[in-house]
Design a protein around this ligand. Structure first.
Ligand code: C2O
Ligand code: CU
Ligand code: CU
Length: 479
């Protein structure tokens, strides 16, 4: 690991000086200019891929490719990556609980491995698409699972060893939506792209001529100075709906974003892996890299207005525009938010002698550690021999400055406490796969294992993960 880190820092210095020579200094304070340079455009909506259906089996053919993409809408393209012919990001894969989902992933990238990881999916490690299921350039990987989990907004991105941060930053990511037959949620807005909108936001460094490249710089990870939403900058969304549902995904390599709803009445209805039991009135929602939330906005009082939804990023302390809502005459009144969204989930059986695990999170100048260890390819950090037992994990972030959103594969978890107090209601009693651990904070979670095999757990600031903040656990098959 040491060797790789040394190379990283050399690249860093080189990139920084090349940047300065190209007049980067003037470009540094021009976040707003980049947005102003962009042509306003309708919020792009990724197409839905339902897969090739044969009874309950849906087959998805995915292909990672080199592309070129115009972020600013000025005709200036930059080399990026995308799935299935999209110039950036990929289609929204959509399945239903109970479906059999077959996925063929083709790596058409030149000279580099990739994987496709369904972030949040309950499956065995062989189907996880983590660094152990690497697809060489030119190769294809097949996964075959039964979708067992409840309705939720998941997403997918690559996870190949040493490639995750760069490939995700360059465009390989997409939504993965799971539906189910829960009758309580039938009245919610659910017309994709009309009143049910996927919104992935990602900080990006874009030059005045529309160019993007991947450079590791600094300890905070790639926060980026410009907010890209569904692949575009400076977007608006036209609506006639009284209720607008947003499926918010922080798909940024780094950054903690608080989405501000201003005067618009908003109800938080879902977290990472499912619905809240009852809707929660929310004025804002905070999402770290990898986290999702679903909210329903009530636009009835805003006919004829344009309202900009803002996003405040806390590592760099900057405010961005997420999207401008253009609220027309409201003609669509059919939908409603029920008072109860799911039947109460059965209480977790956490015994007094539940297995407990402790994880300290810290960084030094260039390195990131979990329990003073860095990720080593091929190492298993611990083994879970009784996956049927709910475990209690504690994360303690000893850093002064850097948040660490911790993500577990192959599990779902519930946040029990933050700094000894019950978890805030926005993240309480809702299944999750990623939790923000702020500087100096202690976060306790109850972990439920969902699959067997070797799974990663890591910080979802992808640069931290690449610089060591990841471990592997091996989960035995359930009894
Ligand atoms: Cu979003 Cu290890 O993944
Ligand atoms: Cu994941
Ligand atoms: Cu981190």
């Amino acid at each position: 690991m040491k060797k790789i880190i040394v190379i990283f820092s050399v690249v860093c210095i080189f990139a920084t000086s090349a940047w300065a020579q190209r007049g980067g200094h003037n470009r540094r304070n021009n976040r707003q200019n980049i947005v102003d340079l962009a042509t306003p455009k309708p919020l792009p909506i990724p197409p839905v891929l339902e897969g090739i259906q044969n009874g309950n089996t849906k087959t998805f053919n995915m292909e990672a490719r080199h592309t070129s993409h115009d972020f600013l809408g000025t005709g200036q393209k930059t080399d990026m990556l995308g799935y299935n012919g999209a110039s950036y990001l990929g289609p929204t894969m959509r399945v239903k609980r109970g479906d059999r989902m077959i996925m063929n992933v083709k790596n058409s990238l030149q000279g580099v491995p990739t994987t496709l990881h369904r972030h949040g999916a309950a499956l065995d490690a062989k189907d996880d698409g983590n660094q152990n299921q690497s697809i060489p350039a030119g190769g294809t990987w097949k996964s075959d699972i039964i979708v067992k989990q409840e309705a939720a907004t998941l997403w997918y991105h690559p996870h190949a060893h040493g490639q995750t941060a760069e490939q995700a930053y360059m465009g390989l990511a997409g939504f993965f939506i799971i539906d189910d037959d829960n009758p309580l949620t039938k009245s919610l807005p659910s017309t994709y792209g009309v009143d049910d909108i996927p919104v992935v936001f990602q900080g990006k460094d874009i030059t005045e001529d529309g160019q993007v490249s991947f450079r590791l710089r600094g300890m905070a990870g790639l926060v980026g100075r410009t907010l890209v939403v569904n692949g575009a900058v400076n977007t608006y969304f036209d609506t006639k709906s009284k209720l607008l549902r947003l499926r918010l995904l922080n798909g940024a390599n780094s950054g903690v974003y608080t989405i501000l709803f201003g005067d618009i009445p908003a109800k938080l209805i879902a977290g990472d892996l499912g619905y809240h039991q009852t809707p929660i009135d929310a004025r804002q929602v905070t999402l770290a890299s990898g986290e999702r939330a679903e909210v329903v906005l009530d636009l009835s009082k805003f006919q004829g207005q344009e309202i900009t939804i803002l996003a405040h990023e806390s590592i760099r302390d900057t405010t961005h525009e997420l999207v401008k809502l253009k609220i027309n005459d409201i003609t669509d009144l059919k939908t409603s938010v029920p008072t109860q969204l799911v039947e109460p989930r059965k209480a977790l059986a956490i015994s007094d002698d539940a297995p407990r695990r402790f994880f300290s999170l810290r960084s030094t100048m260039h390195d990131f550690y979990i329990n003073d260890e860095q990720y080593e390819h091929g190492t298993i950090n611990f083994r879970v021999t009784k996956p049927e037992e709910v475990e209690v994990w504690t994360f303690k972030n000893t850093d002064e400055r850097y948040p660490h959103p911790m993500h577990l594969h192959g599990t779902e978890f519930y946040v029990l406490s933050v700094n000894g107090r019950p978890a805030p209601k926005e993240i309480r009693n809702v299944p999750k796969d990623t939790v923000l651990v702020n500087p100096q904070d202690v976060v306790e979670i109850a972990v439920v294992y969902k699959g067997s095999g070797a799974f990663p757990y890591h910080c979802h600031i992808l640069e931290h993960e690449e610089q060591g903040m990841m471990g592997m656990m091996e989960v035995a098959p359930a009894e």
